[in-house]
Design a protein. Structure first.
Length: 89
């Protein structure tokens, strides 16, 4: 489900050019079927909001999320800043 919709999310018109998907992870322990997307938004929350709005316009992504939501227990979002010594600044 997820892999089928992801390409349309990544290519959605209107996505902020400073946004990029860094990695997609899943866990072997903890919550069942947990998927973690790690994004870099060079323009911070402005870029994040713009890119999320653009993704909502991608029909295959909306269909995938609709199917996933029926199976999901929860969705969460968190924002992290890199450490001063990190290469991402």
């Amino acid at each position: 489900l997820y892999a089928g919709g992801l390409p349309s999310k990544l290519a959605a018109p209107g996505t902020d050019p400073s946004s990029s998907l860094v990695t997609v992870l899943n866990t072997e322990v903890g919550s069942l079927n947990e998927v973690i997307e790690l994004w870099r938004h060079g323009r911070g929350t402005v870029a994040m909001d713009q890119s999320r709005q653009a993704a909502r316009g991608a029909a295959p992504w909306r269909e995938a999320i609709g199917s996933i939501a029926a199976l999901a227990v929860s969705f969460t979002t968190s924002i992290h800043r890199p450490l001063p010594s990190a290469p991402w600044q």
